[in-house]
Design a protein. Structure first.
Length: 277
């Protein structure tokens, strides 16, 4: 058997020590609660970053709805993967399907501190990367608008983005995509109304907003994390009981050791597609 690279850092932490970085979706959290109660184990642990200024707190990078589910179920502890390095922040863009984009544009123009201006497909990405705009919107006819704001504070800009996302939820079906232009999307979504392209933030931006109690809009940030622990399938019973934290950490260490001895841990170096999520 080939030697495994260094394992992802798995640890059990107090559930209340986790600070989400993005808004949660209550319906998804409720579905997760039902799934967890049925299966009896945590499949994929949330990925967190330790807050340097407060080592007893962690920002949740991936797994906001899982974290919410654990809090609502009253679990004192949760299994997480602690990311120390190898984290890259990307963005999810949103395909809006349904009616035309004119009502949405009008609603965005009505937001306090927002300025929606026409631009073109060449200038819009450059302005977004330079943080001269907050996002841009592309319509199937080729029209492009970018959102500018007089707000300079990161938290205020993120809050404004959140208002845009909430407006985009009205009357549209929303799909996440990594695409930044309409090539291919129109064929995939014949009822496409528009594409909203969101900015890429830095890890330090996420930590700053989350540590201050702010939240990014749901479904706009995504993280490339390497290595990543998946299909861990850790028993919920261990996390649910009222045993001391240190004793649970000992149970986890022994649980990992047994799986290593039984050769139940497998590493995939290549890009991998999962068909049962």
């Amino acid at each position: 058997m080939n030697q495994l690279p260094e394992l992802p850092e798995l640890q059990i932490v107090p559930t209340e020590s986790l600070q989400p970085h993005e808004e949660t979706e209550e319906r998804r959290a409720q579905r997760l609660i039902r799934s967890l109660q049925t299966e009896g184990f945590l499949k994929n642990p949330p990925v967190v970053l330790q807050i340097r200024q407060d080592p007893d707190r962690y920002v949740v990078l991936d797994g906001a709805n899982r974290t919410t589910a654990f809090k609502q179920m009253g679990f004192p502890h949760i299994l997480v993967q602690i990311a120390r390095s190898g984290v890259e922040v990307m963005s999810w863009n949103h395909v809006l399907r349904g009616e035309g984009s004119a009502p949405l544009l009008e609603a965005i123009r009505g937001l306090n501190g927002a300025r929606l201006t026409p631009t073109d497909p060449q200038r819009a990405p450059a302005a977004l990367q330079a943080r001269q705009s907050l996002m841009y919107l592309v319509a199937p006819g080729g029209e492009v608008w970018q959102l500018e704001s007089s707000e300079l504070q990161l938290g205020a800009r993120v809050e404004l983005l959140g208002k845009v996302v909430k407006l985009s939820e009205r009357g549209f079906r929303r799909e996440r995509t990594g695409a930044e232009d309409l090539n291919g999307l129109v064929k995939l979504y014949p009822d496409l109304s528009c594409l909203i392209v969101y900015p890429r933030f830095e890890v330090r931006d996420v930590i700053e907003v989350a540590a201050s109690g702010g939240l990014f809009p749901s479904g706009t940030t995504r993280f490339l994390i390497s290595p990543r622990a998946l299909r861990v399938n850790f028993p919920l019973a261990t996390l649910a009981d009222r045993s001391p934290l240190e004793s649970k950490r000992q149970v986890l260490a022994e649980w990992i050791r047994e799986r290593m001895e039984q050769r139940r841990v497998r590493y995939y170096a290549e890009s991998t597609f999962l068909f049962d999520e």
